[in-house]
Design a protein around this ligand. Structure first.
Ligand SMILES: [Zn+2]
Ligand SMILES: [Zn+2]
Length: 276
């Protein structure tokens, strides 16, 4: 059962069928009630909580014991603050086994624009970077609160130049500052580059579900944390954040296995003493 409004089934069902023989069927639940991409319904849950809540909504509406949902966010990377990062999470809830199995994929190649324009000429250079019309656009007036906008001033899923131009001109006229904001419609059915990342997350989830816990045999065995702490190869300083390997774990029991990386020292280029 996949709780999704946005046409994610073809991205998620094939890997789960191929890897673990799980047949995923879509169901229509109002997942937008949990928050929307364009921002007119604010999100109050964390991404992980939202994905699990969505999965449970689908399970309740269909009366089945396994639920699946995906949740994404596109925002400046929290680490660098510069690159735009698409984080896609997919969660499977199995009520009978009592497990939640999730995977997260981060991607920095998403196609996304958000700019203001004062006339139609200003839109044209944007269209190449926005990969329009393969990626769809949203237009709204700048300077008005997004929550109060009527549908003709929060125009989504724009896919042709005629509609785009009409929306831009209407929003410029309605804006108190004479500007329209043109931005990528990042909902899954409107953004091919986001769709690719959702598919990668589904592939990762399918692989994780295909591995079982060596202790209790429940599916969903995989990385649960990073092992950290190495000394620098040159100066010998202890670097507590350096990645030393991964920790594998079970979705249900306490079984954990440390898998060290094949290196014993941190590269001096990542040492803050050798390379401040
Ligand atoms: Zn286990
Ligand atoms: Zn060093």
């Amino acid at each position: 059962m996949l709780a999704s409004k946005h046409d994610k089934l073809p991205l998620i069902a094939p890997p789960l069928w191929r890897e673990v023989g799980l047949e995923v069927v879509g169901c229509e639940v109002d997942t937008d009630a949990l928050g929307t991409f364009a921002g007119e319904v604010p999100r109050t849950l964390s991404m992980g909580q939202a994905a699990i809540a969505k999965a449970r909504l689908g399970m309740e509406s269909q009366g089945c014991s396994i639920g699946l949902a995906s949740e994404g966010t596109v925002a400046p990377d929290p680490v660098t603050g510069m690159l735009l990062c698409d984080i896609e999470m997919i969660s499977l809830v199995d009520a009978e086994l009592g497990v939640v199995v999730s995977e997260v994929v981060r991607d920095f190649s998403i196609t996304a624009v958000s700019e203001t324009v004062t006339d139609w000429q200003g839109v044209l250079p944007l269209l190449i970077r926005a990969d329009f019309p393969a990626h769809l656009l949203i237009v709204r007036p700048e300077g008005l609160p997004i929550v109060d906008l009527p549908p003709d001033l929060l125009v989504k899923a724009i896919a042709d130049e005629g509609s785009l131009r009409a929306a831009v001109e209407r929003c410029i006229a309605a804006s108190p500052v004479g500007q329209a904001r043109v931005e990528s419609d990042l909902r899954a059915h409107c953004s091919p580059s986001r769709r690719r990342v959702i598919n990668q997350a589904a592939e990762a989830l399918a692989r994780r579900l295909a591995s079982q816990c060596p202790s209790c045999s429940v599916p969903g065995w995989g990385q649960v944390d990073l092992l950290r702490g190495l000394t620098c190869q040159d100066c010998g300083m202890w670097l507590p954040r350096a990645q030393r390997g991964v920790l594998l774990g079970c979705a249900r029991c306490a079984e954990r296995v440390e898998v060290p990386a094949d290196r014993q020292f941190e590269d001096p280029s990542r040492c803050h003493a050798c390379n401040p």
